[in-house]
Design a protein around this ligand. Structure first.
Ligand code: TXA
Ligand code: MG
Length: 349
């Protein structure tokens, strides 16, 4: 299949492109489009056959449910059974935005979209192009991250093309995304509501609006034998081809240890990548050193992390050493993704 690639600006949207994307979606096809978190691979969420194509294109396990994207809050009613007061408050406070709510599904949503579950994940993205495409495509668009299963999520149209060119009908290129890690997933079917995946909407932000929030404890705990509650979180996601090790501890000790490990691997003839920060980047002595952002603002780290992992993949480095980040605010999302990419391989110094 030949993949159509069209660019459009956020402000001066190319309505022909939006219309074409909408027609493909209504016809049961696949369209990748930008959101504020990562690029999504869209299909009509209420058409089981269309949703199933997503699994084939990504190589995604069929028990991993999809998030249904909507363009306004009113759209919730058709696809859910009851909307708890706390869910209404959360949607009011954080939509459009990087928050996905798990609710009980209505009969309108096929099991092919929910991976056989009685619940449905819903999100309204904070991106004009995404919302226009959702409207043009019928209002309910299932969209996982637009990467091949097991690769880092795409933060640019180029990343989508690298993974899915020839496997999907269209890519709408709206530039680089803003946030760079996937949405926070909040399960509203349990009491208290539980975070199943950390993202840019943090536990503290949610608590300020709806009170007590629990966190799925399997997310950060490398020793947990329990499966995470979001089916997709159990897979070896976000994994670079290289062996990735996260080094945690006091900054000077971390830099020394990464320098020591990198030297050791290079002396043994291996290639090494280093994930550094603005504060430390000048202190590394060897290896392919990449600055992921500044410690003064963890959101800069979130927005560059996946792109850097992809660059290391392309350059085929064999070992990657990364500094650790404090699991606070959006840092929780950064550490969660980094730990998963590392298969929870952490060195404490
Ligand atoms: O930011 C995002 O959420 C991006 C953009 C494109 O919107 N989408 C995204 O989708 O990250 P995906 O498919 O890569 O991740 C969806 C996650 C998976 O871990 C899946 O298991 C979980 O959401 N999920 C979906 N429906 C669920 C449900 N009913 N119950 C529990 N977890 C669910
Ligand atoms: Mg994904």
């Amino acid at each position: 299949m030949k993949t159509i690639i069209e660019q459009t600006d956020k402000i001066q949207m190319n309505m022909d492109t939006i219309k074409r994307a909408g027609e493909i979606l209504k016809g049961g096809g696949l369209v990748a489009f930008p959101t504020e978190t990562v690029y999504g691979l869209g299909a009509d969420a209420l058409n089981e056959q269309a949703a199933k194509k997503i699994y084939a294109a990504k190589g995604r396990p069929s028990d991993n449910p999809l998030i249904v994207h909507v363009a306004d809050r009113e759209s919730l009613e058709k696809i859910t059974q009851e909307i708890p007061k706390a869910a209404e408050l959360a949607a009011e406070a954080f939509w459009p935005g990087p928050l996905t709510l798990i609710l009980r599904k209505s009969h309108e949503v096929p099991y092919g979209t929910t991976g056989g579950l009685e619940t449905v994940a819903v999100r309204m993205p904070d991106h004009e192009i995404a919302r226009e495409i959702i409207r043009a495509g019928g209002g309910y668009i299932a969209a996982p991250s637009a990467n091949t299963s097991g690769r880092p999520s795409p933060t640019s149209a180029r990343h989508v093309q690298d993974d899915l060119d020839g496997r999907i009908d269209m890519i709408v290129d709206g530039g680089t995304v803003k946030i760079g890690v996937e949405s926070t997933i909040l399960d509203m079917t349990v009491t208290p509501p539980m975070i199943l995946r950390p993202g840019a909407v943090t536990k503290e932000m949610l608590e300020a609006v709806i009170g007590e929030i629990a966190v799925d404890q399997t997310l950060m705990d490398p020793d947990s034998k329990k499966a995470p509650k979001a089916p997709g979180m159990k897979y070896r996601h976000y994994a670079p081809a290289a062996e990735l090790v996260v080094v945690d501890g006091e900054m000077d000790a971390v830099v020394d240890e990464i320098n020591r490990l990198s030297r050791e691997k290079e002396d043994a003839g291996c290639s090494v990548g280093i994930i550094a920060t603005e504060e430390t980047v000048g202190r590394y002595r060897t290896g392919d050193i990449k600055c992921v952002g500044t410690r003064a603002d963890d959101s800069t780290v979130a927005s560059h992390l996946y792109g850097i992992l992809r660059e290391f993949d392309r350059d085929e480095v064999e070992y990657i050493y990364s500094e650790a980040f404090a699991a606070e605010g959006i840092g929780s999302a950064v550490m969660n993704r980094l730990l998963k990419a590392a298969g929870h391989h952490v060195l404490h110094v």
